[in-house]
Design a protein around this ligand. Structure first.
Ligand SMILES: [Zn+2]
Length: 389
């Protein structure tokens, strides 16, 4: 497909190489990007945490120590519906066949986040080209494109283990922020609550112990506890989603088992401690001793950056120059690779990328190429100021 607008060709090429997760197979896309970089004289390396699960990294060495990190992810969500169908549920056409309608480029991952990856690749190649002409940038610039962001963050974990973030001075995560500079993200606390009762005939419920009813009482109480948590100024209010529930086996049997999976998003580590206290308390109120347990499925800590960081200020300066206004300094409601890349410490970072998060994980996902060009311009100015002062 011939796409005249800037970015269109590259985003289309990335969309056309499927990388849905699950099942997860980033290798073909990572290999294509490695070849794209190689054609521009830029060496890169693939880092596999499992067969086919490739992340990609490349570094432009700087004159001084430290590195700016440009981060994106290679995987997309799966298109949903019957994976064998030509047009999965909600899609009007093959989600891997990019379609341009006006300025909108449609395709799976166009926004989340092959549009962002294309922006990073073009910016990275521009810095490499300038370094060839003028000598190395002030500090190193490193590209980190992860596998498995949409499922278990295992690509990011492998990159951290490989020591690729140790020298980070500033980290830019190119998730779709609609070109806003976001300076925080809420934490993600996933847990499973289990209830154990005693079976009895449905006509004599008093003879049994109903695990489903205990679970139901517990969930309603936990929801109000989460709603009562204090709001943090940047990351806002904690939220709860009960994503899965299961229990019982037949309408006329008192159920002896129930479990629920909870997705709690929170703004502070203190909120996590309060939630754990509430789980213990409400669990013991809803069920007798030994009839309740809970376990963590996964936890990603909330992150807030330091607004005084000089690189963040330079990014804000580039934003202001292009947009004619100061950034809003808001935070993301969602979780990115960031807390996995930095399990400890207080990294300086921003979330900044093209495309609207409302488009992410949706059928008929699209990105506006006109706005992509604007946001790519902000990143290029930022890198020029930060690396070639
Ligand atoms: Zn994403």
């Amino acid at each position: 497909m011939a796409v005249r607008r800037r970015g269109g060709e590259l985003i289309s090429s990335l969309v056309a190489i499927p990388s849905p997760n699950p099942p997860g197979d980033e290798r073909p896309l990572a290999a294509w990007i490695a070849a794209w970089l190689d054609r521009r004289g830029i060496p890169s390396a693939l880092l596999d945490y499992a067969p086919g699960r490739s992340s990609l990294t490349a570094t432009i060495p700087g004159r001084e120590g430290g590195a700016l990190l440009l981060c994106g992810h290679l995987d997309t969500v799966s298109p949903g519906g019957d994976s064998g169908a030509a047009s999965p549920k909600g899609w009007q056409a093959d989600p891997y066949l990019p379609r341009l309608v006006g300025d909108r480029l449609f395709g799976l991952g166009a926004t989340d986040m092959k549009g962002g990856v294309a922006m990073l690749l073009e910016a990275f190649a521009a810095v490499a080209e300038r370094a060839r002409r003028e000598g190395p940038p002030r500090c190193s610039l490193r590209l980190l494109l992860s596998a498995d962001e949409e499922d278990g963050y295992r690509g990011a974990e492998a990159m951290t283990k490989a020591g690729l973030v140790e020298d980070a001075l500033f980290t830019l995560i190119a998730e779709p922020t609609a070109g806003q500079v976001l300076v925080g993200e809420r934490g993600e606390f996933w847990l499973r609550a289990s209830f154990f009762g005693k079976e009895a005939h449905g006509s004599t419920p008093a003879e049994g112990i109903n695990a489903v009813m205990a679970c139901a009482r517990f969930l309603l109480e936990i929801q109000s506890k989460v709603e009562e948590l204090p709001s943090t100024s940047l990351l806002g209010k904690a939220t709860l989603n009960v994503g899965r529930i299961e229990g019982g086996r037949q309408v006329n049997i008192v159920p002896d088992r129930a479990k629920a999976e909870l997705d709690i998003r929170l703004g502070s580590e203190e909120a996590k401690a309060s939630i754990i206290a509430a789980l213990e308390e409400e669990g013991s109120k809803a069920a007798a001793p030994g009839r309740f347990s809970w376990e963590t499925i996964s936890y990603k800590r909330p992150m807030v950056t330091l607004l005084e960081n000089p690189f963040l200020q330079m990014l804000a300066g580039a934003y202001t120059l292009v947009r004619g206004e100061r950034p809003l300094w808001e935070a993301a409601t969602y979780c990115t690779d960031l807390p996995t890349l930095f399990p400890t410490g207080s990294p300086a970072f921003a979330l900044f990328g093209p495309g609207d998060i409302a488009q992410a994980h949706q059928p008929e996902e699209w990105i506006d190429l006109r706005l992509w060009e604007r946001d790519a311009g902000v990143l290029e100015r930022f890198l020029a100021n930060a690396l070639f002062p």
